[in-house]
Design a protein. Structure first.
Length: 259
């Protein structure tokens, strides 16, 4: 069903300092593909793309997300690819994938969600021998101690405030929620305009003599380039930033000791 793009060539990002780390993430992604662990494969390709913005990583991440059943993220990554790499040789295939994803979402909904997180170092299916458990040491005899004189009364230490999350955690969670909502709206707006453009184009191809369709397509393209595409790009960035902020805020909240 899909053809994966192979390992990215060095010449594509020769100046990228993190290229070796990105290639290691890419190799982990292909290991996850062998294990059919699609969500971790998606995240590994995205880890590679964050280190080295090469189109192959984004293209493969969208394919892995689709195989994982996360149709919404697959379409979002495809649209981001079109915005970040206009005129790419992959444009025709990405448009075809988006048309198929749109039909699948109409019939079956957006599907499940692959959480964005840093992937593991190896596929879940790969098993390694666990290190041997340390041998228990024999108990040491208790040393005899002479009781000390009772210490002088000291003032009680102030109790730590652990009644709930602090203001910074709440602020990060609130900002993440706002950014996520705004990002979803922007992605939905831009994606809807993009799909509408495809429909008008197909109608005009089927009716080449219809002047009204041609004019409508031209006007739609102008509106998409000047308004809807910037909204789509900003929405994608806001959605990514919001999800990262929510993840960070949630981690802070869970790592804070609660009484």
């Amino acid at each position: 069903m899909f053809a994966w793009l192979g390992p990215a060539q060095l010449s594509l990002a020769a100046e990228t300092k993190n290229l070796k780390a990105a290639q290691a993430d890419e190799q982990r992604a292909f290991d996850f593909i062998e294990a059919e662990d699609w969500c971790n494969a998606t995240n590994s390709f995205l880890d590679a793309y964050e280190k080295a913005p090469i189109i192959d990583y984004l293209f493969n991440a969208a394919k892995a997300a689709r195989l994982a059943g996360d149709r919404r993220q697959a379409m979002q990554l495809n649209i981001e690819l079109l915005g970040q790499f206009p005129g790419s040789p992959l444009t025709a295939e990405v448009n075809k994938n988006n048309k198929e994803l749109s039909d699948e979402m109409t019939q079956n909904g957006p599907g499940l969600t692959c959480p964005r997180k840093k992937t593991e170092n190896s596929p879940a299916s790969a098993t390694t021998d666990a290190p041997p458990a340390p041998k228990p040491e024999p108990p040491q005899p208790a040393a005899q101690t002479v009781p000390n004189a009772p210490p002088a009364d000291l003032p009680p230490a102030p109790a730590e405030a652990t009644d709930g999350p602090d203001g910074l955690t709440i602020g990060v969670l609130t900002a993440g929620s706002v950014l996520t909502i705004a990002g979803i709206w922007g992605v939905y707006w831009g994606a809807a305009s993009y799909m509408r453009g495809i429909e008008i184009f197909e109608d005009s191809e089927a009716n080449p003599d219809d002047i009204n369709l041609a004019a409508e397509y031209e006007n739609h393209q102008v509106n998409y380039e000047n308004r809807d595409r910037p909204i789509l790009i900003l929405g994608s960035g806001a959605l990514a930033g919001g999800m990262m902020a929510l993840g960070l805020g949630t981690w802070w909240f869970l790592s804070t000791p609660q009484e």
